[in-house]
Design a protein around this ligand. Structure first.
Ligand SMILES: [Zn+2]
Length: 87
C-alpha cells in the first residue's frame, strides 16, 4: 500500500481506526491494537504510536529536508494531497 493514498484516506475519514470504529459501535474498544492504552486516533497512528516509530522517524527526516521541523496533524494533512512527501 502506498503511504500517500493511505494517509489521505485516514485524514479524510479515518474509517479503519479503532477510535472511530468504536464510536460507530463497530469495535469493542477504541484502543490502539499495538499500545492497548491509547485510543487509536489519526494523530496517534500517524505521529505517536511507538509501534510505527521507524516510520515516524523517516517522515520527520523527509520533512526536515523541506525545512518542516514541527510535525503535527494539520501540517501532515496539508502536505499530503498534492505533494509527494509521503510517497
Ligand atoms: Zn499505538
Amino acid at each position: 500500500m502506498q503511504a500517500r493514498p493511505a494517509i489521505a484516506r485516514l485524514c479524510r475519514d479515518h474509517a479503519t481506526l479503532r477510535a472511530h470504529l468504536h464510536r460507530l459501535h463497530l469495535s469493542p474498544d477504541p484502543f490502539c491494537p499495538w499500545c492497548r492504552i491509547t485510543p487509536e486516533t489519526i494523530e496517534h497512528f500517524l505521529l505517536q504510536c511507538l509501534h510505527f516509530q521507524s516510520h515516524h522517524t523517516a517522515l520527520h527526516y523527509r520533512l526536515s529536508a523541506l525545512a518542516i521541523t514541527t510535525l503535527d496533524l494539520p501540517i501532515l494533512q496539508a502536505a499530503t494531497p498534492p505533494g509527494n512527501l509521503l510517497s
